[in-house]
Ligand binder design. Structure first.
Ligand code: CP
Ligand code: NVA
Length: 308
């Protein structure tokens, strides 16, 4: 039966950790310019219903580097954007390619797509979850600290797709995560329920608070994301006023451990969710974080296709 990656829950702890290890191997092979083409006969279909820089480039470049190919499908150009159903689109597109990634709006759209696709489907961001990004984040943290254990990870701002994805990552892997967001912009209720249940099994320490100082205290990783996500443009002014106190600035970062790292999935808005001195400062590892998207996504593709 085909396996999808719509949420980190589809992978589970063992596959998440082995995907990160495989991603490091892929990174070193690519960086050393080794002749390594495990995806030689694989074509990836890439459906975008929202904009992207990193996701498109990291999947497309990764496929080409590992010997495969990728086809970019913008909803502006394909019939899906003109009302062809998600079910019919899935049936048809999966007949041409070996694996599909999709970036879309409601999470139910990707669930429907995956149900009717004959090939594995990867979530390249929905309004609920962004599993590929959090996998790259985990890889980057592991590269930096050598391990994911005994670290306090703190997320600040909107309880959005990145915050939800962090909840799944922490609960599945048994990590220590604090999320600071205003009560009215808190993380998704169902994800919280799921994550807290999982945390009782894995020993994850999950704290949801509206107090940014509490979350920042002694943190090893400071993480933030845009205040208004794609598709929420009309809520920008409201969200900005609600999130002002959750900005990651020098004063907040000073409450973290002295050797903390700053992470952001990007794109960033300097002066909004993060100040320039933090994102451009010496604690920031955002550029390496972005680069790691390729390696971890290629590892996921290899795992879903049974090529590792
Ligand atoms: N972080 C991320 O997914 O970036 P893009 O929106 O540019 O793909
Ligand atoms: N929360 C952001 C993440 C972008 C990568 C969004 O959905 O727009």
């Amino acid at each position: 039966m085909k396996k999808d990656c719509l949420s980190l829950k589809d992978l589970g702890k063992k596959d998440i950790l082995s995907a990160i290890d495989l991603a490091s191997e892929i990174k070193s092979k690519i960086n050393n310019k080794e002749d390594y083409k495990p995806l030689k006969d694989v074509i990836l279909g890439m459906i975008f219903e929202k904009s992207s820089t990193r996701t498109r480039l990291s999947f497309e470049a990764g496929m080409k580097r590992l010997g495969g190919d990728a086809i970019f499908l913008s909803s502006r150009d394909i019939q899906l954007g003109r009302g062809e159903s998600i079910e019919d689109s899935a049936r048809v597109i999966s007949g041409f390619v070996d694996i599909i990634m999709i970036r879309t709006f409601e999470h139910t759209r990707i669930l429907d797509f995956a149900k009717h696709s004959s090939v594995p489907v990867i979530n390249a961001l929905t309004s609920l979850l962004h599993p590929c990004q959090v996998l790259a984040d985990l890889m980057t943290i592991k590269e930096h600290y050598g391990s994911l254990e005994n670290l306090k990870i703190a997320f600040f701002g909107d309880g959005n797709n990145m915050a939800n994805s962090w909840l799944y990552a922490a609960s599945i892997l048994g990590l220590n995560l604090s999320i600071a967001s205003p009560v009215d912009l808190s993380v998704d209720g169902i994800v919280v329920q799921d994550a807290l249940k999982e945390a009782t099994k894995t020993g994850a320490n999950i704290v949801l608070t509206d107090n940014p100082n509490e979350a920042a205290k002694n943190a090893d990783v400071i993480y933030t994301d845009v205040w208004a996500s794609m598709g929420e443009e009309e809520q920008t002014a409201k969200k900005h006023s609600m999130l002002r106190n959750y900005q990651v600035n020098k004063e907040l970062a000073d409450k973290a451990k002295s050797d903390y790292i700053f992470m952001h999935c990007l794109p960033a808005h300097r002066g909004e969710e993060v100040t320039a001195d933090v994102i451009d400062g010496t604690h920031s590892i955002v550029w390496e974080e972005a680069k790691n998207r390729t390696f971890v996504q290629m590892a996921v593709i290899m795992k879903l296709l049974g090529r590792n």
